[in-house]
Design a protein around this ligand. Sequence first.
Ligand SMILES: NC(=O)c1ccc[n+]([C@@H]2O[C@H](COP(=O)([O-])OP(=O)(O)OC[C@H]3O[C@@H](n4cnc5c(N)ncnc54)[C@H](OP(=O)(O)O)[C@@H]3O)[C@@H](O)[C@H]2O)c1
Length: 232
Amino acid sequence: MSGRRVLVTGAGRGIGAATAAALAQPGGVVVVNYRSDDEAAAAACARVAGAGARAVPAKADVTDLAAVDSLFETVSREAGGLDVLVLNAGVPYRYERLGKLAPAEFETQWRVLAYSAFLCLRRALPLFPKGGGDVVFILSSVTAGAPPAYMAGYVSAKYALWGLARGLAAESGAKGPRVHCVAPGMTETAFLKDFPRPIVDAAREAQGGKLLTPDEVAAMVVNALTSPAEPA
Ligand SMILES: NC(=O)c1ccc[n+]([C@@H]2O[C@H](COP(=O)([O-])OP(=O)(O)OC[C@H]3O[C@@H](n4cnc5c(N)ncnc54)[C@H](OP(=O)(O)O)[C@@H]3O)[C@@H](O)[C@H]2O)c1
């Protein structure tokens, strides 16, 4: 992966920060996108730099069309193109019955998880090398099997993201970019802060007594990027 040019959305902390560090290689450039937390993003950039890549912090709300345009101007200027896009941005979910779910919460999940991915893809596709490039969609174990109750806003947005991945795979085919989906189980990050403890405990038990770490999910991303292609 030496010299690769990478953009990870939502890379200020958690899974995104770990993935940015895992994809950093000497000679490469990693653009670390985040929304608000400058301090966390500086720490994420330090991890990237520690792995030998040039870290470019890029504060941008990926649900905002103009902000995404500006983010990709940064990518073009600082990296001169793009080899790997990781669509990771997410916000904590307010665990709630569908009948009580606030419309604003539902809209936020769809905007941050799915609409943002579309906005980023439309700017990223022209930057990939001809016939190449990789896009990693961070899905969730909620899309791999029966989904949990009380998470319909999140689950539906992740399915929309999965649909975007499959649509992209169908149209890119052998022309590239390659499309990868990573669907982690429950992972120890700030994302879980509003989750009821019994739910977290049940997930821990179902996962063999432990939550995943962000570094373990980052290793899954690296594994996906280095695995042979499979049909969509
Ligand atoms: N944790 C889990 O159990 C788990 C399991 C499966 C899948 N996932 C998925 O993994 C991804 C990352 O989750 P995480 O647990 O690492 O979450 P996290 O710790 O809450 O980190 C989320 C990151 O996304 C950024 N972000 C949020 N909204 C953004 C926006 N509009 N524009 C740009 N950046 C934005 C945040 O930036 P600021 O901090 O600067 O606001 C932060 O850096 C999400 O897609 C999530 O659905 C998580």
